[in-house]
Design a protein around this ligand. Sequence first.
Ligand code: MRU
Length: 358
Amino acid sequence: MPSALRPIYWEDGKVCIIDQTRLPEEKVILTFSDYKDVAQAIRDMRVRGAPAIGVAAALGIALAAQSLPALDKAEFIRRLDEIGEEFSSTRPTAVNLYWAVDRMLNVPRDRLDQDVEGLKKCLMDEALMVLNEDVQVNRTLGAHGAELVDDGDTVLTHCNAGALATAGYGTALGIIRAAVESGKNVKVIVDETRPRLQGMKLTAWELKESGIPVTVITDSMAAWIMKKGMVSSVIVGADRIASNGDTANKVGTYGLAVLARAHNIPFYVAAPLSSVDLTILDGSEIPIEERNPEEVTDIDGKRIAPQGVDVMNPAFDVTPAEYISAIITEEGILRPPYLQTLVQAEAVKSSRLKTCIL
Ligand code: MRU
C-alpha cells in the first residue's frame, strides 16, 4: 500500500510543498526560494495540518537563514528572531508551529561554538531533522494505534490527519495505514469537514491513492451513521493538546466526540508529542482561529448565503478530555488521567533524547 506521499520537502536549496488548495483536481508542487512565500503559503492554507505547518516553518526559517547577508553573529540572531516572529504570526492554534519555531531559534543558543556560516548549516540540519523525525514519529504512533483497530473495523475520521497534514504517513491516517499494513481490512468513513472540506478533498483523495476503502459523508450524517452501528471507532488528529488532555482540532471534532460517547464508540486522538502544550492547563487557554466569513457563505467562489447575514467561522473547537478514550502518541497509547500520562510521556521522550545526545 503506497504511503510515499511527500507533502513537503527540501530540494535544490528550495522549500517544496504540494499545494493543498488545488487537490483533488490537480497535484501541483510549489517551490519557494523566499521564506516570505513559505509564510504566506501557511496563511493561505496551501500547506496545512499542525505537523506540516511546523515542518514548513522550520524549513522556511532555514531557507531564510541561508539567504541572510554576511552579518555579525548578534545581528544574525536578531534577524533570525524576527523571522521566527513572522512565522509564529501565520496561524494561532496549532502548537506545532511554535514548537518548530522555538526549536529553530534555539539552534544559535545551543551552538555557541559556531560562527554565522556554521550556524546556517546547523539550522539547515535542524530543519531536516524536524522533517525526518515527523515521518518517523508518525510511523511509531501508527504502530501503537494499530493495536486499537481490529480486522473488519470501520473508522470514522474528520478533516485531514493524513500524510498531507504532516511530513508524511499521517497521524490518524497513519494508524489506519499501519493497521492495513499489518494485514487488517479497515474501511474509513470521512466527514466532508465544512467549510474548507479537508475531509472530502484531502482525506478521501489520499486514501483513494493508497487503495484504502473510503466513504465520504456530510458532517451532519455522523450521528445517524453511528446509530446504525456502522462506526467501530473515531480517530482524529490534534492541533493542540492541553496538559489535562483537552484537545483542539478542526471544528466539528467536539460534536463527534459527544456523539461517540452517546453511542458507546471509542474516540481516539492521534498526535505527536509536538502537539502537546504543557504550558497550558486546559483547553480554555487555546487560541481558536476565526477565519474569513466567506469560507462559510461561499462555495467554490459562489455566494450561497443571503447578503448581509451574520456569520461565525471558528476554524477549531476544543474537545474536553473526558470524551477522549485515549491519546495515541509516539510514546504509546495514553489513557486518563492525561495530566499524569502526558507529563510522563514527555519526560520519557526527553530523557531518551538526552541519552541519544550523550
Ligand atoms: O485548518 P487546518 O486544515 O490546518 O486544520 C487541520 C486540522 O485540524 C487537523 O485535523 C490537525 O491539524 C491534525 S493534522 C495531523
